[in-house]
Design a protein around this ligand. Structure first.
Ligand SMILES: *Cc1c(COP(=O)(O)O)cnc(C)c1O
Length: 338
């Protein structure tokens, strides 16, 4: 099976397994785990933040950020196709008592300053008040769009000018940075917190990082405990995470492979696949008379795995465990299947 379902399906390398085996550890809830401490320091420096916190998943990190930033009952300005809106079980409402004010940001993937201004509400005896601006980069559901640092900064400045904090869901932050040739610290600077996943394109088996100011991370540490994410000898999973940070520049390979995959599939009668910004390819099978579910089932019989992402749209992700020859083989198989 050539598995394009997600960039989370990668298996940890031998080096990662060795690193886990040999990691010095301690009780991280007491702040005693040297491997966790090293990862948090490296990660914070990498994104230009004062501090960082290792968390079990991207979802938990995002939910923690919302809980820290926004007062219960306030509104979160967020794209209507954001991961936190579509795929986190309504967690903003469930975990933090927040209401969403969604915007269709279309192919820009980040709200314009005018959209932020328009969506913003001041709290009074009737209005909830805006508690947080949420930005996702790259944007998963919109096809791995890499927003420019200027677009992120413009949105963030519009929020901060109104005393609204900004969270960046950068599950694939480094894909965005590689695609736009931006230093991660520059991408993150206009925001108040950032979440990025070690377990996606970077290839770690487990874990994400939530970063921000000392004060933010201190508050987030309490919320992590509250949400059940305080772990003990967590250095075992942080050690592969440290190695994963070495995989940032090679994300360019995934982007090249995705471009190759999209071009190949786009050349197949009945299928269209626009050129991607990063490692997420979206295939529209309408003209082939196939729903996404049918398309996924067909290609699976030929040994290609993907995920339905809409009625007629299927997502294919490139990652560490597929190379250019897998991509070429997959295109041949998809053609045969359709
Ligand atoms: C995957 C993803 C998350 C959640 O990460 P998990 O580790 O799967 O919980 C959050 N935001 C975006 C944009 C994602 O793609």
């Amino acid at each position: 099976m050539i598995d394009f379902r997600s960039d989370t399906v990668t298996r940890p390398s031998e080096a990662m397994r060795d690193a886990a085996h040999n990691a010095p550890v301690g009780d991280d809830v007491y702040g005693d785990d040297p491997t966790i401490n090293a990862l948090e320091r490296r990660a914070a420096d990498l994104v230009g933040c004062e501090a960082a916190l290792f968390v079990p998943s991207g979802t938990m990190g995002n939910q923690m950020a919302a809980r820290v930033h926004a007062d219960r009952g306030s509104e979160v300005i967020v794209d209507d196709r954001a991961h936190v809106v579509l795929w986190e079980l309504g967690g903003l409402a469930q975990n933090s008592g927040l209401q969403v004010k969604t915007i269709d940001t279309s192919d820009r993937a980040v709200p314009t300053p005018a959209e932020v201004a328009d969506a913003h509400v001041a709290p009074d005896h009737h209005s909830p008040g805006t508690g947080l601006l949420w930005v996702e980069n790259t944007h998963n559901a919109r096809g791995g769009i890499a927003a420019s640092p200027d677009d992120v900064a413009a949105a963030a400045e519009a929020a901060r000018a109104r005393d609204v904090p900004v969270h960046l869901d950068g599950a694939r932050l480094f894909n965005a940075c590689v695609a736009t040739e931006t230093d991660p610290a520059k991408m993150v600077a206009p925001t108040d917190s950032v979440l990025f996943c070690l377990s996606k394109g970077l290839g770690a088996p487990i874990g994400s990082v939530l970063a921000g100011s000392e004060q933010f991370v201190d508050a987030a540490r309490r919320v992590r405990k509250l949400f059940g994410g305080g772990m003990r000898q967590a250095g075992l999973v942080a050690a592969p995470g440290l190695l994963a940070l070495e995989n940032i520049s090679r994300l360019a390979d995934d982007h090249e492979n995705a471009a190759r995959l999209a071009a190949g599939i786009d050349g197949i009668e009945g299928l269209s696949a626009p050129a991607p910004d990063t490692n997420i390819v979206r295939v529209d099978s309408t003209a082939a008379g196939l729903t996404a579910e049918e398309f996924v089932a067909r290609i699976e019989t030929e040994g290609v795995a993907a995920n339905a992402f809409g009625d007629h749209v299927t997502r294919l992700c490139t990652h560490l465990d597929v190379d250019a020859s897998d991509v070429d083989e997959a295109v041949t198989r998809v053609e045969r299947a359709v």
